[in-house]
Ligand binder design. Structure first.
Ligand code: BEZ
Length: 187
């Protein structure tokens, strides 16, 4: 099921075209920044865990064979490491449209390696959106990812690119690395 959250996102946090805003990426935004940005910095948010629990019918799967992509699940105190981009409001608009399937923008505190902080936005798909799939055994998630393919390409590329990018950043993420092992074992 699809839910177009783009208009809701623009109402919830209106941002003028010439304003700049930090956007925190924990999924494809870590390895695929195909938009203009003013600054890019590693950042950490606290209280969230990355999980492949959101269905993808529009990017990495289809209605008949949905893929799975990352979302954030509340986990008090847990760090989630990712990449933050300072972008203009003008750049944010097309991202809202691209990430429209159930992802809402939330405000979070970003922590940078020099101990500075900033307020930023993050896209999250919560359990009440119709595309949310939730927890499943890792082997089943990996099999679903291995099968799925959508307009943005094979679902497996999303997972493998994310795992590789996290390794290059020396980020330990047990869920992602275990999923990668399951996926690679399938072929
Ligand atoms: C991310 O990489 O942070 C992301 C990208 C699209 C939707 C949700 C999250």
């Amino acid at each position: 099921m699809m839910q177009d959250t783009s208009a809701l996102n623009q109402q919830r946090h209106p941002i003028a075209d010439d304003e700049s805003v930090w956007l925190f990426g924990y999924g494809s935004l870590i390895w695929k920044a195909d938009f203009p940005y003013l600054e890019r910095r590693r950042a950490t948010i606290y209280g969230w865990e990355r999980r492949f629990w959101q269905g993808s019918h529009d990017h990495r799967g289809t209605l008949e064979s949905p893929g799975r992509v990352a979302t954030l699940i509340a986990s008090p105190g847990t760090p989630c490491h990712g990449m933050a981009y300072r972008i203009s409001g003008e750049t944010l608009k097309p991202l809202d449209i691209r990430e429209k399937n159930g992802y809402l923008r939330e405000t979070v505190s970003l922590h940078f390696s020099d101990n500075s902080t900033a307020s930023g936005l993050v896209y999250m798909a919560t359990q009440d959106n119709p595309a949310f799939l939730g927890e499943s055994p890792l082997a089943a998630i990996a099999e679903q990812i291995d099968r799925a393919h959508g307009p943005s390409g094979p679902n497996r590329d999303y997972l493998l690119n994310l795992a590789q990018a996290l390794r290059e950043m020396a980020v330990e993420d047990d869920h992602i690395m275990a999923l990668e092992r399951h996926l690679l074992a399938l072929r």
